[in-house]
Write a protein that binds this ligand. Structure first.
Ligand SMILES: Cc1cc2nc3c(=O)[nH]c(=O)nc-3n(C[C@H](O)[C@H](O)[C@H](O)COP(=O)(O)OP(=O)(O)OC[C@H]3O[C@@H](n4cnc5c(N)ncnc54)[C@H](O)[C@@H]3O)c2cc1C
Length: 491
């Protein structure tokens, strides 16, 4: 590490908090000038005091920082956040979620951790073990309730206030109360290990021309899906599973379908077929609600397919076929009989004006089906041949949509890929490559389907990492104190 001999004590502040961190400030290359850095306070680093640097003030980083600091009050915990802390929590609540409902901090549907694990396209095998047992959805709910956030639940869990600020305020005030230091507007751009087993962490500020080097005893990378976070992991010897988007909508080039924008289907069965994927992947068939948008299809079924098919879709250039069964609870023979019955009852009615009540579809969609079959809405039921009735039934059971791409970028909620779970110990979130290095949240090759599962991964990972670091730091502190005691008073 290229450190200059000058040493500075810079001050790090979380609002009015007072504390400090030892850093070296250097020009990163010849033309950079040493900048003036001022922070709000300082108390010199005490002998034996250890430092945890958390990269990223998102859900995993802040939750982990609070846990570590709570367990080891002597540990200096500094969260470095390049933008606004907990910004995704804000986005999440502002956007009012994936399926027109309220957004969620976790999911209370799965008391069994094995079932919970099945909601993670990346992570489902590894999460069957102790991961959620250590800190699962119920623990998350208790944590927020114990810290004054009233929650409500309908499977998904959200604050009764329906406001993101309740969650953000709770986490920020708990971080402040426990003494976590937060630095915003700085990017962690480099990390390497030092000869004495610590970390030299490089911070930069884009707006100013300076670099800082911070020495840390523990490093928690909780940088979400940021490329800089992946770079830090590789600098420290980890590999990265190529990041690809997960949880996106499907672009369907069908002008007639676009006219149905806003139409919802409470229950469809949809199967995603992709070229070159011959094997039968059960998760590429999903049952649930679907929504037509002005560019294609969305809703829980589509988002789930996009998550389970994220890697296959990426390698097929987001092209494939979506086969939708619009009446999954009815056998094709039941559909045919319903149509025949309806025809005989309503011979003199126009086909557009009435259709079997068993079909839980709206009239606009019924028209779409008739159009697809080339049937004019004014045609009387009496004029519809049995063959045509059967092909209407077949279309309702198996309607193929050509997927031409993924929805716009803003629909991509999480990233599949990141640090492989095989490179960390899930019971501590510690690196298998570097001691005292930890990861939590979306930086890992983990992603869940919609419904609070992605936040739960962040809370659990942050909690476990924070616990491991807090325990180690507590032991280290006691050891130093013991030595001091022995030196002063004898053994
Ligand atoms: C629009 C939207 C809606 C969502 N809705 C839901 C939902 O309803 N339910 C659900 O469970 N999940 C939802 N998610 C996903 C959820 O927000 C994420 O899975 C979760 O925030 C991941 O937490 P994290 O702490 O790992 O990462 P993040 O929340 O992304 O936090 C990482 C932080 O690190 C900072 N950072 C990155 N690199 C650096 C660096 N080098 N130096 C300094 N700072 C850095 C970033 O600025 C960021 O603040 C949604 C996501 C989006 C975008």
């Amino acid at each position: 590490m290229n450190l200059v001999p000058q040493r500075f004590i810079f001050r790090l502040g979380f609002a009015s908090q007072t504390s400090s961190l030892k850093v070296n400030s250097i020009p990163s290359h010849g033309r950079r000038k040493l900048s003036t850095i001022t922070f709000s306070l300082a108390a010199p680093k005490q002998s034996g005091e250890e430092v945890l640097v958390v990269v990223g003030g998102g859900a995993a980083g802040i939750y982990g920082a609070i846990k570590a600091k709570t367990l080891a009050p002597n540990l200096k915990v500094v969260v470095i956040e390049k933008a606004k802390p907990l910004s995704k929590v804000t986005t999440q609540f502002v956007c009012q979620n994936f399926w027109r409902g309220r957004c969620n901090v976790t999911n209370g549907h799965c008391p069994d951790n094995k079932i919970l694990a099945e909601h993670y396209p990346r992570g489902h095998k590894e999460f069957r073990g102790s991961f959620f047992h250590t800190h699962g959805p119920m623990d998350t709910m208790s944590w927020f309730s114990d810290h004054g956030v009233a929650l409500k639940e309908d499977g998904r869990v959200y604050p009764t206030s329906n406001s993101s600020s309740t969650i953000i305020d709770c986490l920020m005030s708990e971080a402040k109360r426990s003494g976590v230091l937060l630095q915003t507007g700085k990017v962690v751009t480099g990390a390497s290990s030092t000869a004495d087993g610590k970390f030299a962490v490089k911070l930069e500020k884009h707006s100013l021309d300076y670099v800082e080097h911070v020495e840390a005893d523990y490093l928690l990378i909780a940088s979400g899906s940021s490329k800089q976070g992946y770079n830090l992991a590789t600098q420290l010897g980890h590999s990265i599973v190529e990041p690809v988007p997960s949880l996106f909508t499907f672009k369907i080039a069908d002008l007639k379908l676009a006219e149905l924008s806003g139409v919802t289907f409470p229950k469809v069965k949809a199967k995603l077929q992709l070229e070159g994927i011959q094997k039968n992947i059960p998760q590429l068939t999903q049952v649930g609600p679907m929504l037509v948008t002005h560019w294609g299809l969305s809703g829980p079924v589509v988002l789930r397919l996009s998550a389970w098919g994220a890697r296959y879709l990426s390698s097929s250039d987001y092209k494939g076929t979506l086969c939708v069964d619009f009446t999954p609870d009815l056998h094709i023979e039941d559909l045919k009989s319903a149509l025949s019955r309806h025809k005989s009852q309503f011979l003199r009615q126009k086909v557009l004006n009435s259709y079997p009540s068993e079909f839980t579809v709206v009239k606009r969609f019924w028209k779409y089906i008739l159009d697809c079959e080339g049937i004019c809405g004014d045609t009387l039921w009496s004029s519809i041949s049995n063959n045509l009735l059967f092909s209407v039934a077949s279309l309702l059971k198996d309607c193929a949509f050509s997927v031409k791409g993924k929805g716009q970028f803003k629909d991509e909620f999480v990233t599949a890929g990141g640090v492989p779970l095989s490179e960390i110990y899930l019971d501590t979130m510690g690196s298998r490559i570097h001691s005292h290095l930890y990861f939590a949240g979306e930086v890992l090759n983990v992603d869940g389907i919609t419904g609070g599962f992605n936040f739960q991964n962040a809370w659990t990972g942050g909690y476990i990492a924070g616990t491991s670091i807090g325990n180690l730091a507590g032991v280290a502190y006691n050891r130093v104190n013991q030595k001091l005691y022995t030196k002063t008073f004898g053994s």
